[in-house]
Design a protein around this ligand. Sequence first.
Ligand code: BT5
Length: 292
Amino acid sequence: MHVDPGTDSPPPLDAAALRHALVEGPHAPYTSLEVVDEIGSTNAEQIKRAGLGAADRSVLLAEFQASGRGRLGRSWTAPPRTQVALSVLLRPGAVSPTLFGWLPLVTGLAVRDGLVAAGGVDATLKWPNDVLVDGRKISGILAEMTSVPAGGDFGVRLPALVVGVGINVSLTRAQLPVPHATSLALLGGVTDRDAVARAVLEALAARHAQWRACERGSGSSISDELLEEYSRGCSTLGAEVSVELPGDVVRTGRAERVDRSGRLVVVTPDGELPVTAGDITHIRPAGDRWGG
Ligand code: BT5
């Protein structure tokens, strides 16, 4: 499907300026950055490229995705040039599986950092990694893992991780795919997509470097610093939540903390329930922080 952005659509991303800021220069955080007009899914493409030998820390942005992916087979949609849609390929070498579980959370924290720094909005995290403003979803994240040949003669494979981020920038109310979504434009925030993309990619680079450093610093476990910073930004903590577990089981309780494995620990009438995967609904906020 080809979708014409139309004459009154927002301007295209400035790929050369983004490359200049993020790829060129001795301390640039990324190894390559490409902007394509249209693609099925930036995540799917980066997984394919990982198998073809694409480098660690390469970035792909798309002006439009015809089949953007959400979690659990759901879809992610937005009209051309209305969002920042990107995927970063990470080839971190041998990182412990305990740390893999944290990648989506650390990515959410980075997107929140970037939106607070440059988006002009007060964003919070809904566990594990939805980014919300005023309880509405402004950004979704999908982290996927594949494995690629390590090189050499032994058939060894190493993990490659693709981190996909979609941020709603200029969508109007009529363009929102679901009523519980929002966009920077609707919130009176910054609608310069180059500025938003740059800030979010800088924040991702910083948080992913902090995440990689955990392997050396705290023995394959998330650092206290990242755990505390994630917890501070997470509006799920302290809220009354309803947890939809696999198999259509629903439990309610108070979200108390995120543990070292990245699980959400919910206190229910039957005791503590550590949640690994599951959809969370915020029923009642913690204090005055409302998180949707
Ligand atoms: C997510 O899934 O939120 C992950 C979205 C990741 C999208 C990025 S874009 C770049 C990269 N390439 C990809 O192909 N994907 C990534 P989940 O939590 O399952 O939420 C999906 C649900 O969010 C859908 O079922 C809709 O209800 C809703 N949704 C779809 N489009 C949305 C949008 N633009 N804004 C807010 N909500 C949306």
